[in-house]
Write a protein that binds this ligand. Structure first.
Ligand code: DGT
Ligand code: CA
Ligand code: CA
Ligand code: ZN
Length: 567
């Protein structure tokens, strides 16, 4: 309801800040893992962040009457399907209004038909290129499945496991499936447990406040749907088979199939109950996953690697990589503060980073040309560096580097001149505009950036937002090659909406000898917690500690930054 309202407000050209407030509230409602109806009934809506008086009143109106007068007023002017058109990538409210007013288009199907017949290209301000982009975007929108983001599900997984573990009858509890493999998107949440009394777990689970609906339940099994629309399957299994079942339900399916094929060559057969010797019929139950892998002659394979991408061969040869771990991170080289669009000042971000065990960070506020935000101008660099120096004097055991997240403009030029860039300890370049440029232009922009001796890294290298915005048209192989030859590091942006580089690209970069960064891109202290998702993506990409620059101890990183960059 709030999403629809925000879209209608945008269509109508309403005040931008009011629209943003509604959008923020919509995100809060989407993430609310409790009954909003109950919260409304007990007058608790205002306790939720981003829900002010006006929006609380709207939610109440909707819950008590089932409708919202404001939406109905808008719908007297605009057809509801117009908002679906707005959600096509590259079509904003202006274009949606234009195709509606000029061509009478009010649905996705109509838009697709009009674009296919060349009518869209004939409108003022739109051309052949926009028309093609619209067609492709519609296709992608339709192809996109309804998978959830890991960062929206993992906290629920951890909370559920914690609650179940606290039940006296519980013995082992673990989440499994794609969540345990830390895939960037997941379909559902799978939980495996053992217990002295299985029904104690399933019974309690069905009654959790997060549960909106029970899909199915029995003494050892139950499936529920939460208020956020997540399906959770809990299975309580025999203790002696916990390892086998956890391994089975962790998957991936492809990994399990390959494992079974390998077992057959050894006269064994693997099932969710154990490993059976084909000839004698003897069943080895596995209480731990380690036992199962050992029976097959394999080293233990971490869940993040179980995608049948060479991990079984590597485990057989004793050549699995030693994967990077969260504790290996020593710093964060991409942090925003209130010098651009961050919420808090330098000292506060530094304290938050230090509290999380980091030893250093780079203040990398946006440079001036960033569209909406108040970016850093060359004049502000001096005063900002004075503030950094002051905080550095005050803080013990922590160091702040002076950096910038520099725009490379649509025409390929950098946002600051070389004399300004020379003032910083660490320059990261990112693309924030011109997403629809051709591959050769985007590549040229990134090449310009990487060939500049002051530019140490590329931030969120493909620009994707998972499930929302596709990467700009870029040849990732070429980016990796340029990074290798210029000695420029590539970022794994840890925000779970980005995870950019993606796992497989991080793996390719490491193989090409490129150095990586795992950064939070935090705009407020809580977002430093995103780093765990960056670590997960890196592990899925087989990344070792040595590949990641911000695992270096401070003195070694300082020494490295004192030298010109080199391949
Ligand atoms: P998802 O839920 O699509 O994000 O991905 P998964 O991997 O969690 O898939 P899910 O929930 O359908 O199944 C959980 C695990 O159960 C899966 O990773 C492996 C195992 N599994 C499911 N179906 C099969 C199957 O047909 N054969 C084998 N070997 N394993 C399966
Ligand atoms: Ca699953
Ligand atoms: Ca499942
Ligand atoms: Zn950025």
């Amino acid at each position: 309801m709030l999403d629809l309202l925000a879209d209608l407000m945008e269509l109508d050209g309403a005040n931008k800040y009011k629209t943003i407030a509604v959008q923020k509230a919509a995100r809060r409602m989407e993430a609310a893992n409790f009954s909003v109806e109950e919260a409304t009934a007990r007058g608790g809506l205002r306790e939720i962040p981003d829900i002010g008086e006006r929006i609380a009143a709207k939610i109440e109106e909707f819950i008590t009457t089932g409708r919202l007068a404001e939406i109905e007023e808008y719908l007297e002017t605009y057809p509801e399907d117009l908002v679906r058109i707005m959600r096509v990538q590259g079509v904003g409210p202006k274009t949606a209004r234009k195709v509606w007013q000029e061509l009478g288009i009010s649905s996705l199907d109509q838009l697709e038909a009009a674009a296919s017949s060349g009518q869209v290209a004939s409108l003022p301000g739109l051309g052949k290129k926009s028309e093609e982009n619209i067609l492709q975007a519609i296709e992608r929108l339709r192809a996109r499945g309804q998978r959830l983001l890991l960062g929206d599900v993992l906290p629920v997984a951890e909370e559920s496991v914690e609650i179940l573990r606290d039940i006296p009858e519980a013995r082992n509890v673990s989440y499994a499936g794609s969540v345990r493999r830390m895939r960037e998107t997941v379909k559902d949440l799978d939980i495996i447990a053992t217990a002295s009394e299985p029904s104690a777990l399933t019974g309690r689970f069905c009654k959790l406040p997060m549960v909106a609906e029970i899909v199915g339940s029995g003494p050892t099994k139950c499936s529920v749907r939460t208020h956020t629309g997540l399906q959770v399957d809990l299975r309580v299994v025999p203790h002696s088979q916990f390892g086998s079942l956890l391994q089975h339900f962790t998957g991936s399916k492809e990994h399990n199939v390959a494992l079974r094929e390998l077992a057959l060559t050894k006269g064994l057969s693997v099932s969710e109950y154990g490993v059976e010797e084909t000839e004698t019929g003897k069943l080895h139950e596995c209480a731990t996953e380690k036992e199962l892998y050992r029976l097959l002659g394999l080293d233990y394979i971490p869940p993040e690697l179980r995608e049948n991408n060479g991990e079984i061969e590597a485990a057989a040869a004793g050549r699995l990589p030693k994967l990077i771990e969260y504790g290996d991170l020593k710093g964060d080289m991409h942090i925003h503060t209130n010098w651009s669009e961050g919420d808090v000042n330098i000292a506060e971000m530094a304290r938050a980073a230090k509290k999380r065990g980091l030893k250093y960070m780079t203040v990398s506020d946006h440079s001036q040309s960033m569209g909406m935000v108040q970016g850093l101008t060359p004049e502000k660099v001096g005063p900002q560096q004075e503030e950094i120096a002051r905080v550095n004097r005050e803080m013990k055991g922590f160091h702040i580097f002076s950096g910038v997240e520099l725009d490379v403009r649509a025409d390929g030029t950098l946002d600051f001149a070389d004399e300004v860039l020379a003032l910083f300890d660490f320059v990261t370049v990112s693309i924030h505009s011109g997403f629809s440029q051709t591959r050769s232009r985007i590549t040229k922009r990134l090449r310009n950036a990487m060939e500049n001796p002051h530019v140490r890294a590329i931030g969120h290298p493909t620009g994707r937002l998972i499930n929302k915005r596709d990467p700009y048209d870029v040849d990732i192989g070429e980016i990796i090659e340029m990074a290798a030859t210029t000695g420029t590091a590539l970022e794994i942006n840890s925000h779970y909406r980005r995870l950019d580089l993606a796992d497989i690209h991080a793996r390719a970069a490491q193989e090409a000898g490129v150095k990586l960064l795992i950064n939070s891109d935090a705009h407020r202290p809580a977002e430093l917690d995103m780093l765990r998702y960056g670590i997960a993506a890196a592990r899925r990409g087989w990344v070792r500690r040595e590949t990641v620059l911000n695992t270096l101890p401070l003195p070694r990183l300082k020494a490295l930054l004192n030298k010109p960059k080199a391949p």
